[in-house]
Write a protein that binds this ligand. Structure first.
Ligand SMILES: [Zn+2]
Length: 209
């Protein structure tokens, strides 16, 4: 995780948003490879291991970790993914800076999107298990709650594997007003209140009003 992302994180527990506290272990080129993120409100601690912050509840964390070499996320099905160029166009991002959140299989787009959108840092939530962090990509594991503060993302792309109502509510929450979110599914399971702009070529596009 990029060290500057710390101030954008929030505890997934249902309490007020408060800045989390980072205790670093190994840091390399401003990427935190190991450490602990602590919540000053509920005092929960979330480990950073191999650069990935794990916000999953500890019971599930233990069972996942014991089954493999890393806290694995169930591999998403190999669904066709969108063209990075169409995603970039639909997100309507101009200029560098800020964060774009990618959820599930959409994290696979990070490298191609990064080549098209220099100067943007990507935050991958529940990335496919074969993925590692990169200088422009921080990875987080979470349970149906994006561990980011409200209205911090310049854009969100939700992969087909997680195009379900709880994740779409979260995608909408973390997005800045007036910005776009794209779902890699033309007919996602939509929660009430999300505004559709367009649905075509396997992508659903909404905007936060
Ligand atoms: Zn907390």
């Amino acid at each position: 995780m990029h060290i500057e992302l710390t101030e954008m994180l929030r505890c997934p527990e249902p309490h007020r948003e408060e800045m989390l506290v980072l205790s670093t272990g190994e840091v390399k080129d401003r990427m935190v490879r190991s450490g602990i993120i602590g919540c000053p409100v509920c005092h929960k601690e979330y480990p950073i291991s191999r650069g990935i912050v794990n916000f999953r509840r500890s019971r599930e964390r233990v069972s996942k970790e014991s089954s493999g070499p890393r806290p694995a996320y169930a591999p998403p099905s190999p669904l066709p993914s969108a063209e990075a160029t169409s995603l970039q166009a639909l997100l309507e991002l101009s200029g560098p800076g800020g964060y774009v959140v990618l959820v599930g299989a959409a994290v696979r787009q990070a490298q191609r999107l990064g080549a098209l959108m220099a100067g943007i840092h990507f935050v991958g939530i529940n990335a496919p298990s074969e993925m590692d962090e990169q200088p422009t990509l921080s990875l987080l594991y979470a349970n149906e709650k994006v561990p980011l503060r409200t209205a911090v993302a310049r854009g969100v792309v939700v992969g087909a594997d997680l195009a379900t109502s709880p994740w779409l509510v979260e995608a909408h929450r973390v997005l800045l007003r007036g910005r776009r979110f794209v779902v890699e599914n033309e007919e996602p399971e939509l929660p009430i209140g999300l505004l559709k702009l367009v649905a075509e070529h396997g992508l659903w596009v909404g905007e936060k009003r």
